[in-house]
Ligand binder design. Structure first.
Ligand code: HEM
Length: 221
C-alpha cells in the first residue's frame, strides 16, 4: 500500500482524492457565504453556528489541512520527478511517460498563487479584526462587518477577482484530472466529464465572485 502511494500513479490518486476534499469544501463555503447577500444577521448567525460546533470545526480543519499538505507535497514531488526525467522537446519522456501539457505546467503557477491566497485569506478573515455583535440576545463575532470593511478596499477586491479567475482554471482542470486519475478514460465519457467539471467550476467561482463584487459595488460601507 505504502509502495503504491509512493509511486507516480499513487501520488496522482492522492492528488485527486485530496483535490476532491477541497472541491467539496469550496462548494459548501461558497454556498454558505451567499448569506452575505441576504443580511448581516443571517451571515453572523451562520458563522457563529459553525465556530460553536467545536468537534465539527476542528475535525473539518484537520481534514482540510492534511488534504492541503498532501496535495501540495504530491504536486511538488511529481513536478520535480517530471522535470528530472524530461527533455521538453519530446512529447514522451525517456522513461516512457507523457510529458506534462502546458495546462498542467500552468497548474503549478495557479496552485502557488491559490496557496498564497488561502494564507492571506485566513490572516484577513479568520485571524483578522474582531468585532462583536448581539443577535437575538446572543453575543457573537461580527464577521459581516469585517467582510464589508475588507471588500471596500479596491486592491483587495482586484486581488480576489484575479485569484478567483485562477481558481476557475485550477478547479476545472483539476476536476477533469480527477476523473482521469480514477481511470475514467473512455473518450465519449471524457467529453461529458469535461463539461461537468467546467459547470462545477463556473458555479463555484461565479458564486464567490458575486460576494466581493456585491459588497464593493452595491453595499454601503
Ligand atoms: C469571496 C469569497 C470568500 C469569502 C467572502 C470568504 C470568507 C471567509 C471567512 C469570513 C472566513 C472565516 C470564517 C470564520 O473564522 O468563522 C473564511 C475561512 C476560510 N476560507 Fe474563505 N472566503 C472566500 C473564498 C474562499 C476561497 C476561494 C477559499 C479556498 C480556495 C477559501 C478558503 C477558506 C478556508 C480554508 C477558511 C478557514 C476555514 C476554517 O478554518 O474554519 N475561502 N472564509
Amino acid at each position: 500500500m505504502l509502495e503504491f502511494l509512493k509511486s507516480t500513479v499513487g501520488r496522482k490518486y492522492l492528488m485527486g482524492l485530496t483535490g476532491l476534499v477541497w472541491m467539496g469544501f469550496v462548494l459548501t463555503h461558497m454556498a454558505g457565504n451567499m448569506l452575505i447577500l441576504v443580511s448581516a444577521k443571517a451571515y453572523n448567525q451562520y458563522g457563529h453556528a459553525i465556530v460553536s460546533n467545536k468537534i465539527l470545526l476542528y475535525g473539518a480543519e484537520a481534514v482540510l489541512l492534511l488534504a492541503l499538505i498532501t496535495h501540495v507535497y504530491c504536486a511538488i514531488t511529481l513536478t520535480l520527478k517530471n522535470r528530472r526525467g524530461r527533455d521538453s522537446r519530446y512529447a514522451v519522456t525517456p522513461n516512457g511517460e507523457k510529458a506534462p501539457s502546458r495546462a498542467s505546467q500552468f497548474m503549478g503557477i495557479q496552485g502557488s498563487l491559490i496557496l498564497a491566497f488561502i494564507i492571506l485569506h485566513l490572516i484577513t478573515f479568520k485571524y483578522g479584526n474582531y468585532y462583536e455583535t448581539t443577535v437575538d440576545g446572543v453575543v457573537m463575532r461580527d464577521l459581516h462587518r469585517v467582510i464589508i470593511e475588507v471588500f471596500h478596499i479596491p486592491v483587495y477586491v482586484i486581488w480576489y477577482v484575479v485569484c478567483l479567475i485562477l481558481l476557475l482554471f485550477h478547479l476545472s482542470h483539476g476536476a477533469h484530472s480527477v476523473f482521469q486519475s480514477f481511470g475514467i478514460l473512455e473518450r465519449k465519457m471524457q467529453k461529458g466529464l469535461k463539461k461537468i467539471a467546467w459547470v462545477y467550476a463556473v458555479i463555484v467561482v461565479a458564486g464567490f465572485l458575486s460576494q466581493p463584487l456585491y459588497v464593493f459595488l452595491i453595499h454601503k460601507k
